[in-house]
Structures are given as C-alpha cells and as structure tokens.
Ligand binder design. Structure first.
Ligand SMILES: Cc1cc2nc3c(=O)[nH]c(=O)nc-3n(C[C@H](O)[C@H](O)[C@H](O)COP(=O)(O)OP(=O)(O)OC[C@H]3O[C@@H](n4cnc5c(N)ncnc54)[C@H](O)[C@@H]3O)c2cc1C
Length: 285
C-alpha cells in the first residue's frame, strides 16, 4: 500500500484516479479500524489533511454555513451557532468519545454512511447539501440524495466530498438532537433531529429526521406539512411520531429489535419537537 499527503484538491483527485480502489483518508477512525481487521485493504491512501480550506467553517452572506469535509466533531462541538444551527454542537457532543471526536470528521461520517451515525440524521434535518469534486468536474446535491443506502452514497470511485453547506436558519428557529444509545458515546439505537422555525406561536417550517432505524435517515414529508401552521399540540406531535414509527424500516440487530425501535420512536420524536419548540419560543421572547 502507498500513502500520499497531497497539498491541493487537484493533486488528490489525480492520485485517486491513478489506482482503482484508492481511498481517501480523513480522520481514519473508521477506515483504519476496517484496515486493521482486514475488512478493506486499499492499495493507496490519499490523506485529505493538507488540502487547504477543508478544515474550515465559513459563514455565508445569506446566513448559511459552509464547512469543509475535514472539520472534526470536536470543532463542531465548540461551534458558536445561531438558531437551528445549534443542532450542530448538540449533535457533536453526543458522538463517541473525546479521542474520536478530535480526529473523526463530518465528511468521513457522511461518506461512510453508517445508518447509526449521528451526522446524517442531524444534517438531513438541517436540509444540508454536499459538494463533490471528481476528475471530470464538481457537483452539488442534497444530502438526502447523496445518502443512497446503508454504507452507500452517490460517490463514484475517485470522487471527493469537499464541503457541506447548510441553509440559513429561519429567523425564530431552533433545533434539537435527541439520541437514544445503549451507553454514552455509542452509535445511535434511535436518534431524532428536528429543525423548526416559528412565526408567532405557530410552526412556520419543520424538518424531522429519524436515524438508526433505516438504511438512511427517515423523513415523512406529509407529516411535516401537517404540522405547519399549527401550534404543535401534543396530539399533533403524537400523530407525527406514530407516522414516523410506521415509515421507518428497522431491523433486529445487536443494539435493539425492530419492534423496540418502533416503540421508542414516537416518544423520542415528541421529545425532540418539544425541545426545539421551547428553544425557539425562548428565542422569540
Ligand atoms: C469506537 C468508535 C465509536 C464511534 N461512535 C460514533 C458515534 O457515537 N456516532 C457517530 O456518528 N460516529 C461514531 N463513530 C464514527 C466516527 O465518529 C467517524 O465519524 C467515522 O469514523 C468517520 O470519520 P473519519 O473522519 O474517521 O473517516 P475515515 O475513517 O477516514 O473514512 C471513512 C470512509 O469515508 C471515506 N472518506 C472520508 N472522507 C472522505 C471524503 N471527503 N471524500 C470521499 N471519501 C471520504 C474514506 O475513504 C472511508 O471509506 C465512532 C467510531 C469509533 C471507532
């Protein structure tokens, strides 16, 4: 195996294009573990560490955020953010342990696309999109389309996820990330991310993503639309929780049974919406 630390995106793309099955190395927290256990044996590793700008977070003129793929969980944990963007530090705090948060990256987590990982769920709730570069050009796509299946994205061999972009938060907005795991720092058994904005006491917009229960985060467009222009009553929240519990495609695994997950989802959805609603209401006062 050979190992390179290119200093530009173009150089990295060239190195990846030279050898089939060459892989990007981000934080190495998953890839190195997979190599140690012989699950994968890439003939070439191309580190993204020295490519300028990939570890930066930039506030966009419209209030959105653009972050490089190499931004670590630790950096996001310490991010000072507004409104619904506070979902970012809240999610980062719940990932793994300090050592893994120091090296693991948001882009690595999205590219690995583990159904139980935290960033896919939180960033789908924030309506994030991803920027991908390949030897033949660049493209941008919604994160929800980038995540195709468990451990599968739209990335073609040799492509690099470069940035993640998050739209501006609504004026009176808030988010909440509620994770249910066997022990602190474990992957999610079930997680719910909510991003909402209020107009007076009523819900102006809301996105709810459920993680850990399907190959990719689950949303229910119709249920979300049903919450818009309501005051998010307990009955409304229960209805949307029940609807999401039906929409997920859980399986039995070492963390929980499918039936258990379906049982947990409604309560977690209600808790996450309530938290986000209370936070947005406080911001309004
Ligand atoms: C013990 C342990 C506990 C964990 N707990 C949690 C948890 O609670 N929640 C959670 O969400 N995660 C958890 N993780 C995962 C971890 O937080 C990282 O997110 C994950 O390891 C991937 O990030 P990375 O930067 O280490 O990527 P790497 O391991 O470097 O790469 C992962 C994969 O993505 C590819 N890749 C990486 N970056 C790019 C890119 N920019 N473009 C194209 N391909 C790319 C690599 O080639 C590789 O295939 C845990 C990991 C461990 C080891």
């Amino acid at each position: 195996m050979d190992y390179f630390r290119p200093e530009s995106l173009e150089e990295a793309l060239g190195l990846l294009a030279e050898i089939p099955d060459a892989r990007c190395l981000a934080g190495g927290q998953t890839l190195v573990a997979m190599m140690n256990t012989r699950i994968v044996a890439p003939p070439r590793l191309v580190s993204l560490r020295d490519i300028p700008g990939l570890d930066q977070i930039e506030a966009l003129p419209n209030g959105g955020l653009r972050m490089g793929t190499m931004v670590t969980h630790e950096t996001l944990m310490n991010l000072s953010a507004n409104g619904a963007h506070r979902l970012l530090p809240e999610t980062a705090r719940q990932i793994a342990s300090p050592a893994i948060r120091a090296f693991g990256t948001v882009g690595g987590a999205l590219c690995h696309a583990d159904p139980a990982a935290d960033w896919p769920t939180a960033l789908v709730a924030l309506d994030a999109s991803v920027h991908v570069a390949g030897i033949d050009g660049k493209r941008r796509e919604p994160l929800a389309e980038f995540l195709v299946d468990a451990l599968t994205t739209t990335l073609e061999p040799g492509e690099i996820l470069t940035h993640i972009e998050i739209p501006p938060p609504g004026q009176t907005s808030a988010g909440a990330y509620v994770k249910f795991a066997r022990v602190e720092g474990d992957f999610a058994t079930v997680a719910v991310a909510v991003s909402l904005s209020l107009s007076g006491p009523t819900c102006e917009a809301i996105r709810i993503a459920v993680g850990g229960c399907s190959p990719v985060p689950t949303r229910d467009d119709a249920a979300e639309t049903g919450l818009v222009s309501t005051e998010l009553s307990e009955a409304d929240m229960q209805a949307v929780g029940n609807s999401l519990a039906t929409a997920i495609q859980p399986e039995d695994d070492g963390r929980a049974s499918a039936a258990y997950r379906r049982m947990v989802v409604p309560g977690l959805v209600q808790r996450a919406i309530t938290l986000a609603h209370d936070r947005a209401s406080e911001a309004r006062i």
